[in-house]
Ligand binder design. Structure first.
Ligand code: SAH
Length: 396
């Protein structure tokens, strides 16, 4: 069948990044466009020499002007196309999410060939987020596809945030299919239990991207005194407790978060006296506390929200790392993370290395950390690699 999408002509030479594998084109790469496609319209990207390259979503006013859906320039992008991508995403999760786990990311935007769509599974519930005008156009087909592939009890929508605003879309939250989820949904992760607030919790309710790193903490903390900074609902803390830590301290500035962390600790039958909950700013806490720890986790929110923030964010990361490193006992372990898009792996390593130097300690890298395989990233899309981390060992 003939499909004919308006042609998006690129400036000479500007097809290079797309050909190399990047899924986006910025507005400066666009020379002209056939007709007057609107936000979210499908277009065919064409090089200045007239070579058709890809089909994807166009936006006339966002700096990201084109998001590739397929490198087949003649592909037909319809309900069947989205259904196929969703089915592929489900099959991947069946392969990579094993053990007693019923919560994971099931659609990871570009990483699943679905720019502007994120879906997280929490037991019988799906939480979905649409962040591009293009994906919004296919909303009912996408919801239908998710329903058929995952057969959830209900789909709850949390389409909000900056990416959506940049596409000229207002926030939208509420039930997208079925009844409203309960205030707390119980999930299992590697056999551990957590209550997740999918309606008003952070992100879509839980930091699913840290599952593999939580497992690693659980495996490395027998008998340890553990400090979990930026603990949110206590994910790392519960794994540490169940992994045999002698004592766990969870620090978060939000009292709602520390309440959830306390509840999740209890839910896993861990002894209350082995968990200290501190509602405080981590910067202040680390400056004041004078106790040594065997294992410290630093998992702050994104300090850099845009390129202008990078310097101040770097100073923030350096400070918490320097303070954290000083609190580690000889032979201690540090799990340190950044989820800022604008701070790449190389810069993060430099910041942490500078923190080690300032703390007068030498670190050995045991493992570079990232999200689990339910968060696939398009290999050509560095912007998709937001979460990076280091597992470091200090001293003897
Ligand atoms: N490690 C968590 C996720 C952390 S998200 C997990 O695996 O679930 C970042 C957390 O940092 C949020 O809960 C937020 O409330 C908290 N936070 C943000 N700024 C903070 C600060 N300055 N001090 C302490 N906590 C902070």
């Amino acid at each position: 069948m003939n499909t004919r999408y308006p042609k998006l002509f690129l400036m000479p030479g500007r097809e290079r990044s797309l050909i190399k594998g990047h899924p986006w084109l910025f507005s400066g790469a666009v020379a002209s466009c056939e007709g007057l496609p609107g936000p979210g319209d499908l277009v065919q990207a064409v090089s200045a020499a007239g070579e058709p390259l890809a089909v994807g979503f166009y936006h006339p006013r966002n700096s990201i002007a084109f998001r590739s859906l397929t490198r087949d320039p003649e592909a037909r992008v319809d309900a069947g196309f989205f259904r196929h991508r969703i089915a592929r995403a489900r099959l991947l999760r069946e392969k990579v999410v094993t053990g007693q786990t019923d919560a994971c990311r099931v659609i990871n935007a570009e990483g699943d060939g679905l720019p502007g769509l994120v879906a997280d599974r929490y037991g019988q519930y799906l939480v979905v987020s649409f962040s591009t005008a293009g994906m919004e156009r296919f909303r009912s087909k996408v919801l239908e596809g998710l329903k058929k592939e995952f057969q959830p009890t209900a789909i709850y929508e949390r389409s909000e945030g900056r990416a959506r605003n940049m596409e000229g879309l207002a926030d939208q939250t509420g039930s997208a299919m079925g009844r409203m989820p309960p205030p707390l949904v119980e999930i299992r992760e590697n056999g551990l239990s957590f209550d997740v607030d999918i309606i008003s919790g952070q992100k879509t309710g839980f930091y699913l991207d840290q599952r593999v790193n939580r497992e690693l903490v659980g495996a490395l903390c027998r008998g340890a005194r553990v400090l979990n900074c930026f603990s949110y609902s206590g994910g790392f803390s519960v794994y540490a407790g169940c992994g045999g830590a002698a004592q766990v301290t969870s620090v978060d500035v939000s009292s709602a978060a520390t309440r959830l962390a306390a509840a999740n600790w209890r839910k896993n039958d861990l002894p209350a006296d082995a968990h200290r909950l501190v509602t405080a700013d981590v910067f202040d806490y680390l400056r004041q506390v004078d106790e040594p720890y065997d294992l410290i986790i630093l998992d702050p929110p994104a300090f850099a929200r845009n390129a202008r923030d990078v310097d101040s964010a770097a100073a923030g990361y350096k400070e918490i790392n320097r303070q954290g490193i000083k609190k580690l006992k000889e032979g201690g372990l540090l799990f340190t993370f950044s989820c800022s898009n604008f701070i790449d792996e190389t810069l993060f390593e430099k910041i942490v290395l500078a923190a080690c130097r300032d703390a007068g300690k030498e670190a050995r890298l045991l493992k570079a950390l990232g999200p689990g395989p339910d968060h696939p990233v398009d290999l050509g899309h560095p912007e998709g690699r937001y979460l990076k981390g280091l597992l470091l060992s200090f001293g003897d």
